[in-house]
Design a protein around this ligand. Sequence first.
Ligand SMILES: [Mn+2]
Length: 805
Amino acid sequence: MIFQKKRWVLKENEGIQFSEIEIHNLRLKPQIVNILNNRNIKTKEQIEKFLFPTIQHFHDPYLLNDMQKAVELIIKTIKEGNKILIYGDYDCDGVTSTYVLYHNLLKYANVSYFIPNRFTDGYGLNIEILKQKLNDFDLLITVDCGISSINEVDFLKSQDKAVIITDHHEPKGKIPGADAVINPKRHDSTYPFRDLAGVGVAFKLLHALKLKGYNFILSNYFDIISIGTIGDIMPLLDENRIIAKYGLKKLMNTNNVGLKALMEVAGLKMKQELKTSDISYIIVPRLNAAGRITDAKMALELLLEEDEKKALEIAMYLDEENRKRQQIEEKTIREAQEKLKLNKDKLKKKIFILGDKLWHPGVVGIASSKIAERFYRPTILFTELEENIAKASGRSIKGFNLFKALQDCEDVLIKFGGHEGAAGLSFSLSNLDEFENRLNEIAQSMNIFTFKPYLEIDCELNLNQIDDELIDQLSLLEPFGVGNPEPTFLIKNVIVDSFRFLNNGEKYYKFSICNTNIEAICFENTNESNEFAMLKKVDIVGKLSKNIYNSQRRNQINIVDIRENINDGCFKDFMSNIMYLSKCEKIKNIEHIDKIKWDNIPKDKKSVIISFYYDIMKMWWGFLDSKIKDELFSFFNDNERIIKHQSAPSELFFDDLLVTKVEKLKQFEEIVDIAIACDMPSYIVAKNQLNIPVYYFDMGIYMGEIKLNREEFINVYNGLKNIGFIPYDFSGINDMDNNKKMIKILIIAAIFVEAGLFELEFTYHGVNQLKILDVGKKVNLKETCVHKMVELILEMEGFVRANKH
Ligand SMILES: [Mn+2]
């Protein structure tokens, strides 16, 4: 059975019926209105602003604190012919910020720039550098840095320098004593939007100057500004959405010679249309590469270069640096994963902190983001540049504010800074354990679901609601990115037609959807190819797009997650469980069943929970409010443990695993400490398979209440033979409880199958007879393995129940 990989969370709009809204002569479909509503875009005015952003929607730059002071100071400096130094940063945001401010001021001012070297100068203002450059400037303007440089600014003031800080990093209490501090995240800020990138703040400063009469053609820079904004993973909302929308358009025919060269080298030149992902996965890594490996100045030089031939050379150099970066990064990720696998204790932690002397400080940031994504854990990777000092970079998951957590650990850190989702820090290695414990304590106090990967779904659709108009209207929500993800839809009860794998090595797949012109395609690797190839009916979470081939349009669902429709798969698994069980050996010493209660389950141990009946009961009792689910999960929820189903990937980082297809049990032996069987069949399987402690947890689910009797065998046999179908509420079985009835029917049917009497199909409603087989001789059903195993289970359960108290 194919299970979903993540928890599916449908954004709820309970009871709200969305109707069409007409804007700009366009009748917006109710699903679009629903999605916008989910994203807090509710009124007609908000919707119009969102779908049709224009530069008129930019906020007044003078709403930023200190903007007036900063502008006056710059005008004064220019008038007096004094020198300006722009102090930037080595990442993409820092480089683009520096470029945009420098390139515009160049027309009016005596201006120079400085991009620090990540390895020799470090992030932010550096006093040694400032000392060296004292004669080169009268006014220093920071971009994308400076908000924590209190001492450095004090030093500059003591040297009679004017200082303007422009930054977007979180201020830590006191802000520097500069002449002006422009940062939308200032605690006293009343600016309507706080998520500008460093380059966005630099743009606001230029905008403010423009309003004072400087002739900057800022629309020419939207491509560069959008690159910095997307590169710094800022949410594409409000002003950032305007920047990204115009930036992507501008990028198609940029006037920047260097950028043009870079796009050519990276293979973007041929594209008909550019997406946010082209910026984040193709352009940004190349602009960042030099700063990660050697020196970011080359990235800035590329943007400043006006000669096509030279620009191409720099672009090729950056492309090569990017390749090097990729190799170093992949090696780091591999090694970090090795460390996790070798250290089970680390693996069980909510927060990962890993380090290695040999790791490259330029890639620990991206490597940590990959580990965070793969394991769904906030991750900090560090390297050791100076003796005993860890230089680290961390990335978080949604809902865990890394910056705040670091703030709570401030006393064991040397330096830290950043945002909710990403941070840079350094600490003494002697504080490593203390730091790790403190961070994990913070994590332990949080809701367990914070650490459980989930998939947010915008809206549920019927297949017949997927049409050209809906897909075309969706494109109005672009550009997608952080803060405005591409909408995902839940589509249930999809009948799979002509399933095929697309290539051999990587198991991408594709199928048509029965009775529609829609195709579903998945670019995620799947390991369980056999199970996939047999898919019949599925529920899908996916994104919608159109595919035009030979001027023929076909609508497409890009699968994000998929599960086999519970109706079919669980019967298959239950039958395979019974068959598997019947081949297990008897347990010799049944007097020694190790019973365990929830209270006694060791909290520091990772466990595998085995439930023979789970899926089938879940189906029968309903998917969400099943009794068994509540019981099974109550302990784990109460104790903030996390359960993951056997079929989801990266089981390594879950505290507890749930296995319902018992033949798969063995493969988890390596990564868990104990096994907890929730029923007797599971106990027998676990005892047969595992070399770790196996406990029996009595959930009160007994096969013993399902006493098989001769009359019922005959009733089922005759039903299958004469009518060809046995419904699960079959009156030929005397039990009142429908669950027990169903399990009884399934077991009897399994015995018939083993005895070779019928070919059967197990469906949602009951058992279907496909073929009556000719056995030729009288069979003794009691001699079948299934029957013997049932007898054994009854015996063992009887023993357990007799000794219950
Ligand atoms: Mn930045």
